[in-house]
Design a protein. Structure first.
Length: 401
């Protein structure tokens, strides 16, 4: 099986045009294979007679697999001698490439692969792994069935394939689906499916998270003098908005080779809804007072519980704030939405001893962990660190908010 494209790791046999004993010429198409992009022909390396074909129709094989043998002249045989795989040997386990030595193979299955494919190497390229686990490679037929059922590769990650080199076959997929049918299941809600899709798209980017601690006592004292009383999450949103107003480039998005900067500092706030999360966006958050934030947030909470937050109300943000501390969590690495660069997370506050230099003793203070997750294509650790440091400074001096 030749290398049929830079990203092609396998192909399915769709037609075998010759049989043992047939005479062939140099560069004659004898086998048609199908990849996830096209049907292509595999040609003979030289003229001669077909000795045997070692693959079967509708089966999928990795690049480098021996498809068959041609009886050639001594001159042609000598020309290809350095590329010819060794003859099949019994009781030999297929050799794996580095980093796969820890994967175990059933002896019977390994012998079968070794006997059919030789040592799993191909000419003019990297070695091909003889054994892979899980749904790593899938045939076009399996992918078509997945598309029909709206499945992703993540949904099939737990399947152990029984095909060639442990590839997932259509039978493996149907058996997997049959097992699911025998279990308690229900259709995912639209919001659950939407969250899943957004997180899958977000995870295609290089994401990173940094964190520190913040003294919440100033915030807790400040909110006592306000009416309505904003929660710590709204203080964090306001601090992030002001910090971004000072350095708006920190939330710019990288699209292709262009850095796209928003004209407005619109920040979302994660709100738990039934069976999912909604992220309504507060427009021009740096121009919205804490009192107005508290009023808007209450309205958004009511709408979220009714699942009445429209798509327009959730679109266009440049960052989001998630107060996972409301669930008692101290630390988290929430994932930014696909169209956003940043996500600020705030953990639960708890009393901790803090050294007071003036009193020369430890005094209690309410401390929370604060994290900043970011798209590393758009902002580096230094820029993210300075932004988070500024957010902490503003939280610890809430009069500036």
């Amino acid at each position: 099986m030749p290398q049929l494209g830079e990203s092609i790791a396998e192909a399915t046999i769709v037609d075998i045009k010759v049989k043992p004993g047939d005479e062939v010429v140099d560069d004659q198409e004898i086998i048609d294979v199908e990849t996830n992009k096209a049907v292509m022909g595999v040609t003979t390396p030289c003229k001669g007679k077909i000795d045997r074909i070692t693959v079967e129709l509708k089966e999928t094989y990795p690049v480098g697999t021996v498809l068959g043998y041609v009886e050639a002249s001594e001159q042609d045989a000598a020309r290809f001698a350095k590329h010819a795989p060794p003859p099949p040997r019994q009781n030999e386990v297929a050799e794996e490439i580095p980093a796969r030595a820890d994967q175990e193979v059933a002896p019977a299955r390994a012998k079968k692969i070794a006997a059919r494919d030789g040592d799993g190497e191909r000419a003019g390229g990297l070695p091909v792994p003889a054994i892979t686990k899980g749904a790593t490679f899938m045939s076009p037929r399996v992918r078509a069935r997945m598309a029909e059922l709206q499945l992703t590769t993540a949904d099939l990650a737990g399947i152990m394939g029984t095909g060639t080199a442990n590839r997932v076959t259509i039978k493996d997929l149907e058996n997997f689906l049959h097992k699911i049918e025998s279990q308690t299941a229900e259709e995912a809600s639209a919001i659950r499916a939407g969250v899943a899709d957004a997180m899958r798209r977000s995870w295609t980017r290089p994401l990173s998270t940094i964190g520190s601690s913040v003294n919440l006592d100033p915030v807790l004292q400040d909110r006592q003098s306000r009416d309505p009383k904003p929660g710590p999450g709204l203080y964090a949103l306001r601090a992030l908005a002001l910090a971004l107003a000072e350095t708006p480039g920190a939330a710019a998005k990288l699209i292709g080779n262009r850095v796209v900067q928003s004209n407005s500092i619109d920040i979302g706030i994660a709100v738990e809804a039934e069976d999912g999360i909604m992220v309504p966006v507060i427009r021009a958050a740096e121009k919205t007072s804490l009192a107005d934030l508290a009023t808007k947030y209450k309205e958004l909470i009511d709408l979220a519980r009714q699942r009445r937050i429209s798509p327009d109300m959730q679109a266009g943000g440049i960052a989001t704030v998630s107060n996972f501390g409301t669930f008692g969590m101290e630390w988290g690495t929430p994932i930014p939405l696909p169209d956003q660069t940043l996500l600020l997370g705030l953990g639960a506050g708890k009393k901790v001893p803090s050294w007071n230099e003036q009193k020369k003793e430890f005094v209690p203070r309410t401390e929370a962990q604060i994290t900043l997750s970011f798209d590393h294509r758009s902002i580096d650790g230094g820029g993210a660190g300075r932004l988070l440091k500024r957010v902490i400074e503003l939280l610890e001096t809430p009069k500036k908010l």
